[in-house]
Design a protein around this ligand. Structure first.
Ligand code: FAQ
Length: 329
């Protein structure tokens, strides 16, 4: 199902709980099992903190970088109404990164350190935002199916164990559900429009399908962090289960619009009703998340420029001087 990927591709295991007090660890795990939330002032194993920082930070970076592919279409939206809607969406995504950076900061890593790790290429962000939005139809597919993928992941994980992350996810999901409806409306408009519009949306779907399959992470057999994150209820389902949940919900809607997906091996198992996908090229996934995708360099360059251009505002606020006296040019 997944080409030549196997468990032997994963890194060697280390003892992640070395040095932890067994009694406190047992109490912590019992609390999670009872469905209680862990809050910032509570005791937690070092590995729980490290994993949460890694995951929430990557999520925050994904939101801020994720605003870029669609953002490039604000000036080219096909009508004033759609321009307003797209602007609101892009603004929402930037707001989500604020909520997520705040949640990650409760674990002890500063926002400056997180942004720095993004800009030097140390921290990852979602694979999907390293591809270009070539046409207006790409923005429609992003807003419908990437927001849908994000919702599948985030609704599940909002029931997880770390209080600040779960509360941020709940709020984010409410806004993402507007994005999804906006995206679906755009896709329906194109799919039921002229032959050229229909062709445009099909081509966009063909471009985004594989990155969307990658979005949920590598197969469970090679997922490095999945087991411990699910044990501690940070991830509420495995990568493959999240991908399956997306396929079950959205493939029928795609087909209903008369659209297809570029996977000749895709089929539904007659007994289990599970969707079986072809190999979505996991080599490409690993290349992209490690910095070698079509737009990685461009995305980071834009963020670096934004960071440099905004530096004087942050300096002014930090010094608590009167920001309005700082010259604008
Ligand atoms: N992209 O062991 P696993 C959005 C990395 S928000 C890049 O399976 P894990 C909103 C992974 O980090 C989108 N890297 O990892 C929006 C790890 O590398 P590391 C973001 C990926 O953590 C919509 C390595 O591979 N959502 O879209 C990806 O157990 C529209 C091994 O993988 C979240 O961040 C990937 N797709 O599971 C904005 C949700 N997948 O750190 C604008 C929270 C895996 O060891 C427009 N995150 N990797 O160097 C999660 O649920 C999880 O972290 C997963 C990965 C499921 C992404």
């Amino acid at each position: 199902m997944y080409g030549n990927l196997s468990v032997t591709d994963s890194k060697p295991k280390r003892n992640i709980l070395e040095g932890e007090d067994p009694e406190r660890l047992a109490e912590f795990e019992a609390k999670i099992l009872r469905g209680e939330k862990i809050e910032p002032h509570d005791w937690m194993p070092k590995e729980y903190r490290r994993q949460l920082i890694r995951m929430i930070e990557q999520h925050a970076h994904s939101e801020i970088i994720g605003a870029l592919p669609e953002g490039t279409w604000i000036t080219r939206a096909p009508s004033f109404k759609r321009k307003m809607a797209l602007m609101a969406k892009v603004q929402d995504e930037s707001g989500h990164c604020q909520l997520l950076y705040n949640a990650a900061e409760t674990l002890g890593k500063s926002r400056e350190a997180m942004i720095n790790d993004l800009l030097i290429g140390k921290s990852k962000y979602s694979n999907v935002f390293n591809y270009p939005a070539k046409t207006w139809a790409d923005t429609a597919v992003i807003a419908w199916l990437i927001d849908a993928s994000a919702i599948v992941n985030q609704v599940a994980n909002s029931k997880g164990s770390y209080g600040p992350y779960c509360r941020a996810l709940e709020r984010i999901c409410q806004e993402e559900s507007f994005h999804l409806r906006y995206g679906y409306h755009n896709v329906v408009t194109l799919a039921t429009g002229t032959p050229l519009q229909r062709e445009m949306v099909q081509e966009a779907l063909n471009r985004w399908w594989r990155p969307i399959m990658h979005f949920f992470g590598p197969p469970d057999t090679v997922s490095e962090h999945g087991a411990i994150l699910m044990k501690w209820k940070v991830k509420m389902a495995s990568n493959d289960d999240m991908r399956q949940s997306f396929l079950k919900q959205y493939l029928p809607k795609i087909f209903e619009l008369g659209l297809t997906v570029p996977d000749i091996d895709l089929h539904q198992d007659a007994e289990t009703k599970q969707w079986i996908i072809g190999d979505p090229d996991w080599d490409e996934f690993f290349r992209v998340i490690n910095g070698d995708g079509p737009c990685n360099a461009e995305r980071l360059a834009v963020r670096r420029t934004a960071e440099e251009n905004g530096a004087w505002v942050r300096r002014a606020l930090k010094k608590n001087t009167h920001a309005y006296t700082v010259p604008l040019s």
